[in-house]
Design a protein around this ligand. Structure first.
Ligand SMILES: Nc1nc2c(c(=O)[nH]1)N[C@H]1C(S)=C(S)[C@@H](COP(=O)(O)O)O[C@H]1N2
Ligand SMILES: [Mo]
Length: 260
């Protein structure tokens, strides 16, 4: 292996310095001081004020420093789970059923917020971008998991096409089912494995798995992979969304950052 360049090793040593600093601060001065340390480096997750806020801050901060560029494990085609699992879902709403009756021809993904050109994409338009695939595991917080091939367009490609403002920090994504919404930071939004997925295992994405369109965030737990996605909003702050905790999950006691 070649030696890391000077810039790279400088970046690495700065990163390990901050991580060591976080751990040392947590050890010597307690979690509160470590959280203040993380804040000075912009490493505070939106749900930091919750009961587990300090723990969430340390988890998010150290994950971001150590693994921001790491890849979720990819599997072989022979390892795909048959059949693909899906969790139980309440009956879908009328808005969904209407679109389904039309073969999803009128399904739209709108992209707005801190973007140069707000836009709206049909499924056909999304499919006209070069398609990518990944064989990754979806892991539910309840302990089960499955491996599938996901086909779609990297979220970064769509964000680049609308032009995101430099101050953007999060992408909020909403389902046609208003109870399901999440957000991720820009590191995960621009990550090459974060997909808008419209296909699975060589075919269309089944309804049970979120068809016609879901977000796939393989570096986080299953609940971040919201099904039936209809809207993306780019923002610099999560304060104005829901209770301001980053997504529906922390409102129900789950962590906003669900890195695995
Ligand atoms: N709209 C919507 N998205 C959702 C859910 C849901 O019930 N509704 N469940 C989440 C949870 S908790 C998990 S673990 C995964 C499950 O994905 P699967 O059904 O493809 O296994 O979807 C996530 N996205
Ligand atoms: Mo889940």
């Amino acid at each position: 292996m070649s030696e890391p360049s000077q810039a790279e090793s400088r970046k690495l040593s700065r990163r390990s310095l901050i991580t060591t600093g976080l751990a040392a601060t947590a050890g010597a001065l307690g979690l509160g001081a470590a959280a203040r340390f993380a804040q000075s480096y912009g490493l505070i997750p939106p749900d930091h004020a919750g009961i587990y806020g300090l723990g969430e801050t340390l988890t998010y901060a150290s994950q971001r420093l150590l693994t921001r560029h790491s890849l979720a494990r990819e599997f072989l085609r022979s390892q795909i789970s048959k059949p693909p699992f899906r969790n139980e879902m309440p009956p879908l709403n009328d808005a969904y059923k209407r679109l389904q009756a039309g073969g999803f021809a009128d399904w739209k993904l709108s992209v707005n917020g801190m973007v140069a050109q707000p836009a709206s994409f049909s499924l056909d338009q999304l499919k006209s971008f070069p398609s990518h695939s990944q064989i990754t595991m979806l892991q539910c917080e309840e302990g089960w998991s499955y491996i599938a091939e996901w086909i779609g367009v990297p979220l970064s490609r769509i964000l680049e096409s609308v032009g995101i403002h430099p101050q953007a920090r999060y992408v909020v994504y909403t389902s046609i089912d208003p109870e399901w919404w999440e957000s991720i930071d820009m590191a995960d939004a621009m990550h090459p494995q974060t997909f808008l997925a419209y296909g699975m295992n060589g075919g269309e994405l089944p309804l049970g798995n979120g068809g016609p369109l879901r977000l796939r965030v393989p570096r986080q737990l299953g609940y971040k992979s919201v099904k039936f996605v209809t809207q993306l909003t780019v923002t610099d702050s999560m304060k104005k969304f829901g209770k301001g905790l980053g997504s529906a999950s922390p409102e129900g006691g789950y962590a906003w950052y669900a890195g695995i």
